[in-house]
Design a protein around this ligand. Structure first.
Ligand SMILES: Cc1cc2nc3c(=O)[nH]c(=O)nc-3n(C[C@H](O)[C@H](O)[C@H](O)COP(=O)(O)OP(=O)(O)OC[C@H]3O[C@@H](n4cnc5c(N)ncnc54)[C@H](O)[C@@H]3O)c2cc1C
Length: 319
């Protein structure tokens, strides 16, 4: 194996979690490679405005991602964008990563931070109005819908809890759900039902999104009668599930039934030398701040492991 391709640490996924891990590891003088499938920054670059990242009153996600990237590079972190992971070998002491650019790299430590994506409805107009009236995150975007009338799609705990939280901003929240019952805890259902700002349209689904610059209305189809009508709305929040980008990790590392990576508090996985961070791990809150926090913990735990490894290797040489 070409020694140029051996690293102390390889990080898979350059969203806020992976870049933060890159900053910490490189600054600790660990030879670090950060690889990413798409644009460096992950979901951050899809975010029009970040207004809840401490210390920065308002910034576009793209700008924040570029600052993070520059910071990681300034400490010597090697960053490769637009490459996919073709294969990973985690079983031995040395981890091996094969990339779509044909390179095979090895490392003592691997950090998994591939993030995730919200489930989408996959109906006409959804892609056009993402960030222009369609959102998948109430914490991120609720504030932009103050004094507006909005729709929430979904019937699980997230949909009901987020609908209640959105009533802090919106004057009216209409929950649209495909069944005539909810798949949520009784207290979440009760809280939503008791909120005077929340209205319900059951047995229905959205079949299209319409507007000019921003979203203005949706088509609603009643699944029992088959009737469709156009419904005016300023915004639509979709909470129909979340998908971690962990398909490539199946049978490699312990995942839960939702495909989320199982980690301990120090971000270690079930495989020695393999850590995980960010939206792809099993956790409740998925934000830039939580991703950055996980990335920090993963990098510090990994640094401790690498330092111990270096001490052991020195002892072996002097024996
Ligand atoms: C539209 C939108 C708005 C948001 N607004 C806010 C907000 O205002 N405030 C806030 O705090 N949070 C917001 N979030 C959430 C926030 O962006 C995420 O919580 C955060 O980006 C998660 O960081 P991460 O590093 O775990 O993963 P991600 O940001 O998802 O990054 C993961 C990266 O890994 C790459 N990857 C995946 N699989 C592989 C692979 N096999 N090989 C190589 N690379 C791979 C992906 O392409 C991606 O670049 C928003 C999210 C969205 C979608």
């Amino acid at each position: 194996m070409d020694a140029n391709y051996h690293y102390d640490a390889i990080i898979i996924g350059a969203g806020p979690a992976g870049i933060t891990a890159g900053i910490y590891l490189s600054r600790a003088r660990m030879k670090t490679l950060l690889v990413n499938e798409g644009t460096i920054g992950g979901q951050l670059v899809l975010t029009h405005e970040i207004a809840n990242y401490p210390g920065v009153e308002s910034i576009s996600g793209y700008q924040l991602a570029n600052i993070m990237k520059k910071q990681a590079k300034s400490f010597g972190c090697e960053i490769k964008g637009n490459v996919s992971v073709m294969n990973i070998e985690l079983s031995g002491d040395i981890k091996m990563v094969t990339l779509s650019d044909g390179t095979v790299s090895t490392s003592n430590v691997l950090i998994l931070s591939p993030g995730g994506r919200s489930r989408t409805l996959g109906v006409a107009g959804e892609d056009n109005f993402k960030g222009k009236g369609i959102s998948y995150c109430a914490t991120c975007d609720g504030d932009f819908f103050s004094d507006k009338e909005i729709v929430v799609v979904g019937g699980g705990n997230s949909a009901l809890e987020e609908a209640v939280s959105l009533t802090k901003y919106a004057t009216k929240v209409t929950i649209v759900h495909q069944f005539d019952y909810f798949q949520a805890f009784e207290n979440a259902i009760e809280e939503a039902r008791n909120n005077p700002k929340i209205h319900f349209i059951m047995d229905s689904k959205i079949t299209g999104f319409y507007g000019n610059e921003n979203l203005e209305s949706v088509d609603l189809k009643n699944l029992k009668s088959g009737e469709t009508n156009n419904f005016r709305t300023d915004g639509t929040f979709i909470f129909i599930g979340y998908l971690p980008n962990t398909e490539f990790l199946k049978d490699k590392v312990d995942l839960n039934k939702w495909g989320e990576i199982i980690v301990k508090n120090d971000m270690s996985t079930n495989i020695e030398g393999v850590y995980a961070a960010g939206d792809s791990i099993a956790k409740r809150y998925r934000q830039v701040t939580t991703a950055v926090s996980d990335g920090t913990i993963a990098a510090l735990t990994a640094s401790g492991y690498l330092n111990e490894l270096k001490v052991k290797q020195k002892q072996l040489i002097t024996l």
